[in-house]
Design a protein around this ligand. Structure first.
Ligand code: SF4
Ligand code: SF4
Length: 449
């Protein structure tokens, strides 16, 4: 099978070392922990409203938190056991969030969940409304990292009509291979999930964007697509950040999403490949989002792995299962090295949006001394959003908020390509994030008046 890898996005982009050291590792199931810690705020939007109390017994799949409003998501218990307490607890981001602490007992599942592993290809019996309702009930959010409630994406406002679904299987972040491993092991289930998503959106076409460093997945899925109507694999050149929504749309369709607009405004809906798998499980197995695949990785780890992990498991417990935290560990990142965030402690827990846990040593994390800008424009040439990062940094440093906004700071997708490429070692994204936050706060306060 000869594959052509010509497509990619046109503006900017970089090629950091891939370091996909778990690319050939099959998914292993992590052991059940003794305790899980379930935050009610694992998604973008309003935190879920807790519907259980201290002392309650729960099973796998028991509803713990009800979505509070349209942009919110249900939270289900990933374990069976006893609720020990409910209190504010630091999350992976370091912020305190209302969290349900569950002492794990036997692994008993709610009767409504179908546990068999048989593939169920039945798509016809589900209506569009049924799919959206079940996705909402199951607490599914975007598993690529954004954790945006999926039922909201499936709600198409009047006057808009999507023409195609784009599936993000680029997994362009270095080190991460959770999506890749799922593609290899659950290809059929993912395709059923995609067909269900297409039905919910009433689109006839879906394109799965996969980068050339996953040729095995492309070779496996391409022939399987013929069993489904309108699903096509689009091989892509490797380039970071191809998994960004706007970059993926450009790479696959050649179309640009204008500044301030959403993919739906030009007729596309983008969903992650792991989300498609979660949709398969929700519709065909009645299974809510209680576990996910996480890449636990790092060059110094004894046994880096792709692990199927119950939500709410502590990073420390997973690290024990891959040989322990190496003594050389300097930083623990939730996510990948480009867009992930360092956590304050290995007590951080896996949430719905955690795609990876990355351990870096001192050499990998050391920042070189920041120097003066030499006006080389490297940051401009790599920015996939066509921004001028050096200028946005200047605006931020001088509190020039209006200028920052006029220069499209809100379009920054925080990919870090600018910082990565700067020969003067200027942490451009750090400056830009601070300024972007100020602009968002100013806009919010204006809207409140
Ligand atoms: S972090 Fe923002 S400014 Fe920097 S390259 Fe990415 S999109 Fe451009
Ligand atoms: S890459 Fe760095 S040195 Fe070059 S223009 Fe941008 S900020 Fe200045």
């Amino acid at each position: 099978m000869k594959i052509s890898f010509k497509k990619t996005f046109s503006l900017g982009g970089i090629h950091p070392p891939e370091n996909k050291i778990t690319a050939t590792k099959s998914i292993i199931s992590a052991q059940l922990p003794d305790m899980v810690y379930i935050s009610v705020n694992q998604h973008i939007g309003t935190p879920a409203k807790i519907v259980v109390k201290k002392g309650d017994s729960v099973k796998v799949g028991t509803l713990l938190g009800q979505a509070d409003g349209f942009v919110s998501a249900n939270i289900h218990s990933p374990v069976s056991g006893l609720i020990e307490k409910i209190e504010d607890t630091p999350s992976a981001s370091g912020y305190y969030q209302q969290t349900i602490h569950i002492k794990v007992q036997e692994d008993i599942w709610e009767d409504y969940i179908i546990k068999d592993s048989d593939l169920n290809r039945d798509i016809e019996s589900h209506t569009k409304e049924d799919i959206v309702a079940r996705v909402k009930e199951s607490g599914i959010v975007g598993l690529g990292g954004a954790a945006f409630p999926t039922h909201v994406k499936l709600f198409v406002p009047e006057g808009k009509s999507p023409k195609a679904l784009l599936i993000n299987a680029a997994e362009c972040e270095p080190y991460l291979t959770a999506d890749h491993s799922l593609l290899l092991e659950k290809a059929d289930e993912i395709l059923v999930g995609i067909a269900l998503l297409m039905k919910a959106l009433a689109v006839q076409k879906a394109f799965i964007g996969i980068e050339s460093n996953k040729k095995d997945a492309i070779k496996l899925i391409t022939p399987l697509c013929s069993k489904y109507s309108g699903i096509e694999v689009v091989p892509l050149k490797v380039k970071y950040p191809q998994g960004g929504e706007k970059q993926l749309i450009r790479a696959i369709s050649g179309k640009e999403v204008p500044s301030g607009k959403l993919p739906l405004d030009i007729g596309y809906v983008v969903s992650n490949v792991s989300t498609a798998f979660a949709i398969y499980e929700a519709l065909q197995k009645n299974k809510p989002l209680i576990e996910r695949v996480v890449t636990v990785t790092g060059k110094r780890l004894e046994a880096p792995s792709n692990m199927k992990v119950r939500i709410g498991t502590r990073f420390s417990y997973l690290l024990e299962q891959v040989g322990g935290l190496p003594s050389s560990a300097c930083k623990v990142i939730a996510g990948g090295p480009m867009m992930g965030r360092a956590v304050a402690s290995v007590d951080a827990v896996v949430s719905k949006g955690t795609s990876g846990i990355l351990i870096l040593d001192e050499k990998e994390t050391k920042r070189a001394k920041e120097q003066n800008c030499i006006r080389c424009a490297s940051c401009v040439s790599v920015c996939p959003m066509g921004l001028e990062p050096y200028l946005l940094k200047y605006h931020g440093q001088h509190s020039m908020h209006e200028n920052a906004q006029q220069n499209y700071i809100l379009d920054c997708i925080e990919c870090g390509s600018c910082s990565y490429s700067c020969p003067a070692n200027i942490p451009l994204l750090d400056y830009i994030k601070v300024e972007k936050n100020s602009v968002i706060q100013i806009n919010r306060s204006k809207n409140l008046k």
